[in-house]
Design a protein around this ligand. Sequence first.
Ligand SMILES: *Cc1c(COP(=O)(O)O)cnc(C)c1O
Length: 750
Amino acid sequence: MKLKFPVVVIDEDFRSENISGSGIRDLAESIEKEGMEVLGLTSYGDLTSFAQQAARASCFILSIDDEEFINPDPEGITKIIEEIRLFVKAVRKRNEDIPIFLYGETKTSRHIPNDILRELHGFIHMNEDTPEFVARHIIREAKVYLDSLAPPFFKSLIHYASEGSYSWHCPGHSGGVAFLKSPVGQIFHQFFGENMLRADVCNAVEELGQLLDHTGPVAASERNAARIFGVDHLYFVTNGTSTSNKIVWHSTVAPGDVVIVDRNCHKSVLHSIMMMGAIPVFLMPTRNNFGIIGPIPKEEFEWANIQKKIDNNPFIKDKNVMPRVLTITQSTYDGVIYNVEMIKEMLDGKVDSLHFDEAWLPHATFHDFYKNMHAVGRDRARPQKSLVFATQSTHKLLAGISQASQILVQDSEERKLDPTCFNESYLMHTSTSPQYAIIASCDVAAAMMEPPGGTSLVEESIAEAIDFRRAMLKVDQEYGHDWWFKVWGPDHLADSGIGEQNDWVLHSNDTWHNFGNLAEGFNMLDPIKATIVTPGIDIEGNFGEEGIPASIVTKYLAEHGVIVEKTGLYSFFIMFTIGITKGRWNTLVAELQQFKDHYDKNMPLWRVLPEFANKYPQYERMGLKDIANMIHAFYRDHDVAKMTTEMYLSDMIPAMPPSEAFAKMAHRDIERVSIDDLENRITAMLVTPYPPGIPLLIPGERFNKRIVDYLRFARDFNEKFPGFETDIHGLVKEEHQGRKAYYVDCVKST
Ligand SMILES: *Cc1c(COP(=O)(O)O)cnc(C)c1O
């Protein structure tokens, strides 16, 4: 495969006709004759953006203008040296390995200080050797560098795909050839490209190793990733963290076991409870009236409190049982994270395994900003007894493709993970036909994070996220008393740079979060997760006269090409992944200003939301402000913020273990109950309102009045505001005489 990685030459005379330009041009020509591309630049330009482009270079040649050194002008020399120093520093901050050469006169080399020389691959003395000879030397160094880039599995896959072997194995498209036999197949082939299809191979290809047995290049890549992430064991998973969670659980939880679970965990954890027949004990997070989920308070983790929950649980017979696993959502959906050392201190040895669902936190281990606020990594103390697991969605915040995920394990002092036993659980949940592009992206995503490159990538996303917050504040100040969106977070930002961890710690009784009395140093907000709050409600849940429900803003943004991660009642959520650029968040700020302008002018929907108005003509002539206020009034009349907060915080009463209730589904021992008759019935389904997508009721639990009231509210709302529907997974919708009726599958009453 031919890669495009030019040799980059920086010389201010590169394009001019004088002597000093001609020497470097001869060298460039010789490099090109050897088949390498050369990119000539006449200045360093903007160093920050330039250093980023360094990702595309195979090496740098910095040519020194010798005029300055021939007629020594101390100031001129200092200036040139400083320029080189800044450039070398900017490149080395991300990349320790790319070759950098200086090119100049022999007498010039004496002036270059050691701190620069140390970072170089050589000083090329002009006129000492022929350009052809120098070119070959440079190309050799550049090739050694390029060859070192691809991590083990990816390298083998490139090799295999470009070798052009004829395959008789699956997949049936045979390296893409099948697609070429039909017109629509041709479109598919042209769209995805030959390499994606040539690299789509099956596990019969021995030279690539086996994901399911962790052998060959796959295993080498997993070891490489384990080293980069600083853990004892690391397993790539090609079916998402939904599967990683089930693998971790099945390796340690058996039917009837007691488990401790974050009440606001991802549904894959609840699925694990049902699949494995575990008896859950839930830890309750705080919530504020913006609908933002806060941390589980530190007291909840104290053993006495957990023991009390075990004592009160009717399905746990042995009250001295050791829970098998604790699962915490490490980075809640709004970006709150926990000090893991404090959790380990409380629960090491009291729970068999501590599991942190870090679907949204794979970046944290690469920057001190998150010190101790993530599960495992370099320099982290080993627990005495409990194993520590982290499951991470490589595809959510790093450069993995969808479903790329990984399981990380830290052994304890007294117990090491048994990889053979663990793999039995891995096999139970992994497809026997893993997608090799996903494995390659796990491999590459890890290699990208190797420090110092990974550290700068994380630092940049934090910096962009904080710059975005500063920009939003600046707009707010400019509008003065006029309304503007707020970004949820601490009241004070560092004046410049990224500041420090403590700026983002949730301190007790801070008004910005309103989660009340929190233990010092137990939680922080990850600044790269930004919740944008729309006007209409305060943090106490009091409604204003006017308001802008977030769904209107995000619909508007979507029609203008900006798609957000998640929409709440009066907030929506965006993330600064390592793929976010200045341009992208500037566009968001500009679109929000447009929205404000259109809202203040009460522009009709047919003009500002044409696609939506076309689909729902009943709103066509309404103004943006009118529709916002209409929905706002409905929310206010139903006091929806407090209603949902109280509903999520209400005591859920388990009437049977989750797996037992779910088994009723399999046996059709259920009946479809209208939401009006739900109170006290036992659900057989998971009930999950979107937003926020957090399961509200778990199979085996009874509906209480609060939940029933909420479901009725949702039905009325959906009837009144088509196009703005709240989606509730677990509800069965049926039409009766033109009216939508909502049901839930409940355990048959006896
Ligand atoms: C997204 C998510 C998962 C599941 O990850 P996938 O990679 O989408 O399967 C698990 N846990 C949490 C907290 C998540 O947000």
